[in-house]
Design a protein around this ligand. Sequence first.
Ligand code: HSE
Length: 437
Amino acid sequence: MEPVKVGLLGLGTVGGGTVNVLQRNAEEISRRAGRGIIVSHASARDVNKPRICQTEGIQLTESPINVVTDPEVSIVVELIGGDTLARELVLKAIANGKHVVTANKALIAKHGNEIFSAAQKKGVMVAFEAAVAGGIPIIKAIREGLAGNNIEWLAGIINGTGNFILTEMRDKQRDFDSVLAEAQRLGYAEADPTFDVEGIDAAHKLTILASIAFGIPLQFEKTYTEGISKITREDVDYASELGFTIKHLGVSRRAENGIELRVHPTLISKRRLIANVDGVMNAVLVKGDAVGPTLYYGAGAGAEPTASAVVGDIVDVVRVLTSDPENRVPHLAFQPESLSDTPILPIEEVETAYYLRIAASDQTGVLANITAILADSGISIDSMLQKEHSSEEKATIIIITHTTIEKNMNTALEKIHALDVIDGDVVRIRLEHLDAD
Ligand code: HSE
């Protein structure tokens, strides 16, 4: 049988890695797919630029449209990123009857509903394993491996750059900018690194995970997003003293009145396995009602780990090329007509525990005032730490609370801020127990 011809859009880090993996593992891949797979066409902004891969035998062009319209190409692999040109090219490829593999989380999170609907009508597949958590096959795990479960919640470290920065800052006292520059050099960071640091990249990925876990349409615009740029060494150290690590988590949970969808720095007990996922590594915890908690770990970025997911998707597409489109695994795990309209909860309705750091005058009654305000809002204290700074007659009070609704915490913090013994803003970081219940 003729090999299947793949056209790549983009020959950068992931594109080069994909060519290398397909060429190096060609024999094993064809034993799995049932036929050979070759990259026949590729587009790049500058075809003369040196590459990390061999391009001999690949028809190169600087116009990606040539790839999506070439009748020889069966599968288009979109690796150019962004969501404007990429959207146009992917829709064009679908209109031309080509299957699509993409690593583009922004594209899927923002335009996935439109893209899947177009693909459905045309009877082609759009595969996007590489869009979430790099090389970890988390889409497949949730969509297929956990298909018998009612998913209760998931929580993940899904941005390698952010995790790398937090880890280096904690372990090596390095400054934020130099770690970020290293992540960029290593090809982990987004073209716009604020996407990593401010949680937008993680929000794209969480949007996708929540859709396949809960059978809801993609709703990126409703994802609450908070970055790591305000995390200080002080909070990292106090959290550690109390037995916690600060990680940048994406959390989605099925609550009574809707679905939580949020990305923010989070304290996690050091005893949890996920708290020990360091550097550029990613991990996703998924709790299903039947299976219980499950943890998936691996490289979340980089040329070959991401290529591993891209090539896995290409093999999947090749395996089902001749199957009836009605009987394929649905793009978002649930049949398109069965997606539910369960609302996404606003952050004020989210339930979580908190770490509070309060700078106050070291006077009689200050602590009593603070704890009374928390009690008035129905917030129960789990543990507390007070650090006195005798020279300035100031104290730092660290409070870990039990779980409460965010709007109750907002009310309490407004009242605490109004006390004239409080200095500056109270630092508030959410805390998750991530236990089996
Ligand atoms: N910038 C992303 C990260 C790349 O650091 O995780 C993989 O999506």
